[in-house]
Design a protein around this ligand. Structure first.
Ligand code: BMA
Length: 382
């Protein structure tokens, strides 16, 4: 064969070998994982576009339990209060390391996978946080003994730590949609590290340790475990003294897809500083735009909704007071702990008997806010 014919043959093979998924994603922005699955790339691009006009609403543990029920098919406090499931479903992997089948709040991991599939199949977005156990003391994530140095390469618990990441990798590869495709997940590890209540916290960890922990996690999952259905969300605590440290331990643009923030502090006193939160969200949205990434209010809420109109008067105000704040992609309120099980009012979304249900419905009806039944297809680039 002549050199010319060989070249033609090579070009033909290249064209034929280019899968439809590569074709589909070729003009799209890629997340930090350049081998991310087609659906993950689609979610990244679609969420970024949707954020220009909307903010999606999310709720932690929404399908697993509510204030007055536990693991009942189809139920959701959010749906029963507002008429729709949330657009974003948050899940939690604390205790995954142990040989136990439930997480730290009693949610069964196998059932969790089914709820994740259910939410995804309806078009929702999945995000996972991890109150990871203490690698040295075997305590929980609130054990503030410094622990990061021990899990880094060369550290005494590095091998043990890798087995936890392995468990997580296996968990993520079990998440498949109806067509067998991997379900994209927004992974939000080592959160609120500008506070000092976790073993990876501010006082517990140097800049270098935190950055190395984060980068090791991303590299290990993508390169060693071939996990390619994750977007990575960074979410420092956003209270005044802590928001100033937002970039101090930032792992770098090559390691973060979503610039998030967790903020409960704003709503904890009667003197809530909505303007402060609104300005922080505006700053985040602007930073995300500069970096061609996504911004989010990754965790927030008013425990027990003690101010009935919190959704419209406080949360919505924070999302709109500074017009740039609207640029964030989603907001997630924390879980509705089951009262019978936990004997406390630890809930952050309305439940149908709560007086906030109508206010939450009013929030849902705002043009800016999207719940699940208003979502376009987020998993295709068409
Ligand atoms: C916390 C509380 C805890 C819970 C943990 C993980 O903020 O809700 O009760 O165990 O999140 O879900």
């Amino acid at each position: 064969m002549t050199h010319f014919n060989l070249s033609i043959l090579f070009i033909l093979i290249s064209i034929l070998g280019c899968s439809s998924s590569q074709e589909e994603t070729k003009n799209a922005d890629l997340p930090i994982d350049k081998d991310a699955t087609t659906e993950t790339v689609a979610l990244y691009n679609n969420l970024k576009n949707l954020a220009q006009d909307h903010v999606l609403y999310g709720h932690q543990d929404d399908l697993a339990y509510g204030y007055s029920w536990w693991a009942e098919e189809g139920r959701s406090d959010v749906k029963e209060s507002t008429g729709s499931y949330p657009a974003v479903y948050g899940w939690e992997l604390g205790d995954l390391r142990q040989d136990v089948d439930t997480n730290l709040d009693g949610v069964n991991f196998e059932q969790m996978k089914e709820w994740i599939k259910e939410g995804y199949n309806r078009g929702g977005i999945i995000t996972i946080a991890w109150h990871m156990n203490h690698p040295v003391t075997d305590g929980d994530s609130w054990d503030t003994t410094p622990g990061v140095a021990a899990v880094l390469p060369g550290g005494a618990e590095h091998e043990k730590f890798k087995t936890w990441l392995d468990k997580f990798a296996v968990f993520t590869q079990d998440l498949k949609g109806e067509g067998g495709e991997l379900i994209p997940v927004i992974f939000r590890p080592y959160h609120e590290h500008t506070g000092s209540w976790f073993w990876w916290g501010d006082e517990q960890t140097t800049v270098e340790e935190y950055v190395t922990l984060w980068r090791f996690t991303v590299d290990y999952l993508t390169q060693e475990r071939n996990v390619h259905n994750l977007l990575y969300a960074y979410s420092p605590d956003g209270s005044p003294s802590r928001f100033q440290k937002y970039m101090e331990k930032y792992p770098g643009d090559d390691y973060v897809d979503i610039l998030g923030v967790d903020d409960y502090g704003t709503f904890m006193s009667e003197e809530t500083d909505l303007e402060f939160l609104s300005n922080n969200l505006a700053w985040l949205a602007q930073k995300a735009e500069e970096k061609n990434k996504i911004a989010a209010l990754a965790e927030t809420g008013l425990e027990a909704l003690t101010r009935q109109n919190w959704f419209t008067e406080e949360l919505y105000t924070a999302l709109t007071m500074n017009p740039e704040a609207k640029g964030i992609a989603y907001v997630l309120t924390w879980r509705n702990a089951n009262y019978e099980k936990e004997q406390r009012d630890h809930f952050y979304a309305a439940h149908p008997d709560h007086p906030s249900a109508s206010d939450m419905t009013e929030f849902r009806n705002k043009e800016l806010i999207l719940f699940e039944d208003e979502l376009p297809n987020l998993y295709s680039l068409e």
